[in-house]
Design a protein around this ligand. Structure first.
Ligand code: GAP
Length: 444
């Protein structure tokens, strides 16, 4: 396929307002507010037909990169509900808290760690200047109960972070999969937090999905593996975005570090909301396996098969989120391009083709010629066995191209009158454009 004059996909564009992403997601079936007909639930969302495709592609790509491509990494899928002692051992029952203040005047609520320092000192609301209440502490774990007999039900929690399953299954994986240290376990799964200030659409939710790698190492190799995974994860994100300059590392300051951590870095992405965490790379040391050994009474130490040295492995954690990836990718991909002929601007999602929810659309040029429709349907029927393909014969061809641009479809195949003569079709690319697109003829 040849290209006409290329329009680079990474051209400098202003930050897109979140409201535009929210509107597109609802309009085109990516994301809906949960329980909308009952007025919705703050911080909880459902994913529509295109949202599910995008999420599946994001998950699949992460799994392929992290598990399939690494001989020393395997995957698990743990349960959302675990024994309640897990959350005592992990420190969440005691420490997983937000400290909040309310403005007595405008009634807004703030996390103290999100307030500008001057407002903490003056005890004044950053929005209206009103007086703030005394801080109150809230635990973020979501409680649930197992059992049916009142009085005998066991209180436990929906998992507050997905990674705990990995520590719980670590010994089983070790014994059942012939892994030896250094090795890693990956998981993708839902997590639940009673976030007191959910917001910014998918950014901070109460039900969300995390992906974790927990990589188990000998303490002497911790730094080397920490550096390895830190770079790997950064390159992974860089590979799926257009605006590479909107990605950076932020190292946690000494006051932010967990008590067991020597180092922690956030991979941050810049949007209209400023720089925000996308994924955390954490030096967890031997904290998790030591605590679970202590609380469960099971010895989770490792004996080196060659040296016979016995030790608790140290852990490098890379922990990110499907939802933040979903949101950041839409923000990164969204563009509005002026129409050269002065008509309505074109909205285009420049999503990486591997992640785009629909890979190809097959469009008969006109609806009034049955042969065009039959040929187009037959091409679509072949393509859909290999990838997500859409057939569309409703509205004029320009409108149909725009519909596909707006959901990020990288290619459109147009069946026209020449197709009937010589068996070729027009292939239109989403990104390479002089007047919006290039096209070339291909055999099918
Ligand atoms: N196991 C470590 C851990 O859970 P975290 O920084 O709390 O660390 C890891 O979470 C990732 O999970 C974040 O980088 C973010 O991508 C995602 N995440 C955390 N809280 C979230 C929320 N309320 N809504 C959406 N995603 C969230």
């Amino acid at each position: 396929m040849t290209q006409t004059e290329n329009k680079p996909a990474t051209q400098e564009t202003p930050f897109v307002p979140i409201e535009k992403i929210v509107a597109l997601c609802k309009r085109r079936g990516f994301v809906y507010p949960n329980s909308e007909i009952y007025g919705g639930v703050s911080g909880i969302y459902d994913f529509g037909p295109l949202g599910v495709e995008l999420r599946n592609n994001i998950r699949r790509f992460w799994w392929w990169s992290m598990v399939q491509l690494h001989d020393n990494v395997v995957g698990i899928e743990g349960a959302i509900i675990t024994h309640p002692r897990v959350w005592e051992a992990s420190g969440h029952v005691e420490n997983f808290v937000d400290r909040l203040v309310d403005c007595k005047n405008c009634k807004r609520r703030f996390r103290i760690d999100h307030l500008p320092p001057e407002n903490v000192v003056s005890n004044r609301c950053p929005v209206c200047g009103g007086e703030l209440t005394e801080p109150r502490t809230f635990n973020l774990l979501m409680e649930t109960y197992l059992g049916v007999v009142e009085g005998e039900r066991m209180k436990t929690y929906l998992r507050g972070e997905a990674c705990q399953n990995i520590y719980l299954d670590y010994d089983n994986v070790l014994k059942s999969s012939r892994m030896q240290i250094p090795f890693g376990i990956c998981q993708i799964g839902k997590a639940f937090r009673n976030e007191v200030t959910p917001g910014n659409f998918l950014f901070r939710q109460r039900e969300f999905e995390q992906w974790d790698l927990q990589f188990f190492v000998h303490p002497s190799e911790m730094q080397q593996w920490f550096d390895y995974w830190k770079e790997k994860r950064f390159e992974w994100y860089k590979g799926i975005i257009n605006h590479k300059d909107r990605l950076h590392f932020r190292e946690h300051g000494p006051d932010e570090l967990a008590h067991y951590a020597k180092q922690a870095f956030d991979i941050e992405y810049q949007t209209i909301l400023g720089w925000q965490e996308w994924e955390g790379i954490h030096w967890r040391q031997d904290w998790d396996l030591s605590r679970h050994s202590e609380y469960s009474g099971q010895d989770l130490s490792y004996t080196d098969p060659i040296t016979k040295e016995k030790y608790i492995p140290w852990i490098v954690e890379t922990s990110g989120g499907v939802d933040r990836t979903f949101l950041n990718l839409l923000i990164d991909a969204y563009e509005e391009e002026p129409d050269p002929s002065g008509k309505e601007a074109r909205t285009v999602l420049r999503l990486h083709p591997t992640l785009a929810p629909v890979k190809v659309a097959v469009l008969p040029l006109q609806k009034n010629k049955e042969e065009l429709l039959t040929t187009a349907r037959s091409i679509h029927n072949k393509l859909k066995r290999l990838m997500v393909s859409q057939y569309d014969d409703v509205a004029n061809i320009g409108r149909r191209y725009r519909r596909q641009d707006e959901i990020g479809t990288p290619y459109c195949v147009t069946v026209d009158f020449q197709t009937l003569d010589d068996g070729t079709v027009t292939v239109r690319e989403r990104d390479h454009t002089s007047v919006w697109y290039s096209e070339d003829r291909c055999d099918y």
